[in-house]
Design a protein around this ligand. Structure first.
Ligand code: NIG
Ligand code: FE
Length: 400
């Protein structure tokens, strides 16, 4: 028989199981005990009803919640874009490259360098309470560079997304004076949906497209996502980030797991998200770091859409790895309650990744959890910028 560990003296426990605790979506239990066995939650409930366990770990009156599920990041990159950020924050135009700057540096980097950068960011995320991370390719944009990015990613996380359609590769972009004409955006789309997909699909679970003016249009995005589906990948879409557009509707039409960004939505977009299965993943680090208008979380929640909250960690538009930071912004700037923001960063992220084993702390879930130096999850928004994450456990083992 395997040993059980009781995590005792939890001031308040977020289970995200409405059948437990206070009946709210957070399934909040005060003065709680959590019992872990074989890396899973075996029992969660009020301390006075807890069954016996083999060993005990005193949580010291801290709050406990499921580990954050960061369902959107771009961590396969090299290079530096500090100057771009500094120019943007100084109100100066900056014309040097954007995503292309990172593409150039990423192509030049060794596998080892890419893996080291990825591992460093995953450690940084873990220290801030994130126990599951989705990450994408999208800075290689050749068959070999995309495939090796995903190979590196797959060695570190089970949630890997093929984003060959991040931007049209410079070699194919008609706007690029130095590019030889390889046939334009449609030719690049065919590559992404063909040979590049074949090389990448073995390492990925998801296929993503940046559907936006200046990146990929609805027909191109549909072709790539449909080809990905035929290879067994599940779609997710960068949608409606910079302007109104077809991304959200396309995501819902194709049964995508998630439409990400959702910053510029029509009423029809909101309705489609509310009625479909597609999660709206909001990425406020991006609006923060680009001084853009935040997405309207309240409108989505009031319509009945499922909302996830993630970092979009990438060197260009959102170089934060901190889910607590995103929770604080979502509460202050997007009219989410602290409870909604915490739910979206845990259970919401799990929904966006179609996972039922994470994002909750009820029997059968993975014992992935965070203990806060605070008596309640509300402090994540109440004490912005304060490093409250005291302990992080994965599969029942304390790692931080
Ligand atoms: O999610 N939207 C497209 N891609 C990223 C930005 C990537 C970059 O600037 O390097 C995003 O915000
Ligand atoms: Fe992104």
């Amino acid at each position: 028989m395997s040993a059980t560990t009781a995590i005792t003296n939890i001031a308040s426990l977020v289970t995200n199981d409405p059948a437990l605790g206070d009946g709210s979506p957070l399934g909040l239990i005060e003065n709680a005990t959590l019992i872990v066995e074989d890396g899973e939650v075996a029992w969660a409930g009020p301390a006075h009803r807890a069954p016996a366990a083999d060993t005990a770990h005193d949580a010291g009156g801290r709050a406990a919640l499921p580990g954050f599920v960061d369902s959107h990041s771009h961590l396969l990159f090299a290079g530096d874009r500090t100057a771009e950020f500094n120019a943007r924050m100084s109100g100066r135009a900056y014309t040097a490259g954007g995503i292309r700057t990172t593409v150039r540096a990423t192509r030049e980097a060794s596998d080892e360098a890419l893996a080291a950068t990825l591992a460093a960011h995953l450690r940084e995320m873990l220290a801030q309470g994130t126990t599951t991370v989705e990450t994408k390719s999208g800075y290689g944009l050749t068959v070999d560079d995309e495939a090796r990015a995903l190979r590196v990613a797959a060695a570190h996380t089970e949630e890997v997304t093929y984003l060959g359609a991040h931007i049209v590769a410079p070699e194919y972009a008609e706007s690029d004076a130095s590019a030889h004409d390889a046939g334009g955006a449609d030719a690049y789309t065919a590559l992404v949906a063909g040979e590049m997909l074949d090389a990448c699909a073995p390492y990925a679970r998801w296929v993503d497209v940046f559907c936006e003016e200046g990146a990929f249009g609805a027909d191109q995005a549909r072709a790539i996502l449909t080809a990905g589906k035929a290879k067994g990948l599940i779609p997710r879409v960068h949608a409606n980030q910079l302007s109104y557009g077809p991304g959200v509707q396309l995501a819902v039409e194709l049964g995508a797991a998630s439409a990400d960004h959702c910053t510029h939505l029509t009423d029809a977009d909101v309705d489609a998200l509310a009625q479909g299965e597609t999660v709206a993943t909001l990425l406020p680090g991006c609006e923060f770091s680009t001084r853009a208008v935040y997405p309207d979380a309240r409108r989505l929640l009031d319509a009945g859409a499922t909302v996830a909250l993630s970092t979009d960690c990438n060197p260009g538009s959102s170089f934060t790895s901190s889910v607590p930071f995103c929770i604080a912004i979502a509460v202050r700037e997007m009219n989410m309650t602290p409870g909604e923001a915490v739910w979206s960063a845990t259970a919401g992220g799990a929904r966006a990744l179609r996972r039922t084993d994470i994002g909750r702390l009820s029997p059968g879930a993975r014992a992935d959890l965070t203990l806060l130096d605070a008596p309640s999850h509300v402090h994540l928004a109440y004490r912005p910028g304060v490093p409250l994450v005291a302990q992080v456990w994965r599969r029942g083992v304390r790692e931080v």
